[in-house]
Design a protein around this ligand. Structure first.
Ligand code: NDP
Length: 283
């Protein structure tokens, strides 16, 4: 897989305001561990320069790149095609060169799914998902494609929540509904998996999700997209109720693993990548 020439194969991250991106350390640790002569480079790209940056990556033979906000939607018009879930959710965070084409994928939801599958198979399960932003949308689409039976989207803004539930019903033919989030939400007794897909709790260990924790049945999987802190208040409360907690670091590591797989074709060592990420994040 490695490039025998002097120049390494290049992948990168097109982002804005992401200096010190810990993903760089995680991906480069995988390249080093597997003896790949590859580099992963973080590049600051302003929205007005995205077109030029993608043409540059194409011209310089990049094997792919990640892109983060605010580029996840605008990048689509600059690509040659989309993977199934990226097309369904209308957002790309990982671009892969296949032949001479640049194809947009979305690894956020796939990373979550893979992390979840270490605890629970979501097929035929009932899910309550808090949030309807980019992360929640990616997770919901991937869960629908994986055969989840029912998704209840609980979101503060009615418009975003209703739009996601509609996408799930109409594009992915899944039983989906939206509940406007007001006060503490009570999870119904038939729920198997509860997910915080909002930004509540990021860098805020005491932040509380408006959720009636007494309604969490022991054994239910309670997952958080928040990766810093790793043990959020939600996960601690859920563990205290006898639920099975799943942290957001697993999602982050797994989206990195899937990116490396897409670009290089190898199955990278997950432990190496998680350790590098934790070190880079000072955890
Ligand atoms: P968005 O801005 O697209 O969406 C934010 C969501 O959080 C919306 O649903 C918003 O509701 C909701 N929200 C924010 N604040 C509140 C509040 N005070 N009360 C109720 N709802 C609130 O963000 P993303 O979806 O891109 O990211 C969400 C989080 O996921 C971030 O913290 C990010 O770090 C994390 N993330 C983690 C990843 C991982 O690998 N672990 C990968 C990607 C993201 P509303 O629609 O009403 O505004």
């Amino acid at each position: 897989m490695s490039n025998p020439d002097f120049l390494p194969s290049l992948v990168g991250s097109l982002s804005q305001g992401a200096a010190g991106n810990p993903t760089v350390a995680m991906v480069e640790a995988a390249f080093a561990h597997h003896g790949l002569h590859w580099r992963y480079i973080n590049m600051e790209v302003a929205p007005k320069d995205l077109d030029a940056a993608v043409r540059g990556a194409r011209a310089m033979g990049f094997r792919g790149f990640n892109c983060s906000l605010p580029h996840k939607v605008t990048v689509i018009s600059l690509l040659d095609g989309l993977g199934q879930s990226a097309a369904a959710m209308g957002a790309v965070n990982c671009v892969v060169r296949r032949g001479d084409q640049l194809i947009g994928e979305n690894t956020d939801g796939k990373g979550f799914l893979r992390s979840l599958q270490s605890l629970e198979d979501p097929r035929e399960k009932a899910v309550v998902l808090f949030g309807a932003g980019g992360a929640a949308r990616a997770i919901a689409v991937e869960l629908a494609l994986a055969g989840t039976r029912k998704i209840t989207v609980v979101n503060r803004s009615e418009e975003r929540g209703a739009e996601l539930a509609c996408l799930l019903r109409e594009t992915l033919q899944i039983d989906a509904s939206h509940v406007v989030w007001k006060g503490d939400y009570t999870v119904s007794a038939d729920t198997d998996i509860v997910i915080n897909g909002t930004s509540i709790g990021l860098y805020a260990p005491e932040a509380r999700l408006a959720l009636n924790t007494d309604s969490l049945r022991p054994g239910v999987v309670v997952a958080d997209v928040i990766f810093n802190p790793v043990r959020t208040r939600l996960l601690k409360d859920a563990a205290a109720r006898g639920c099975r907690p799943l942290d957001g670091l697993g999602m982050l590591v797994n989206q990195g693993i899937i990116g490396v797989q897409y670009w290089t074709g190898i199955e990278p060592d997950a432990a190496v990548m998680r350790t590098a990420l934790e070190t880079a994040m000072g955890l």
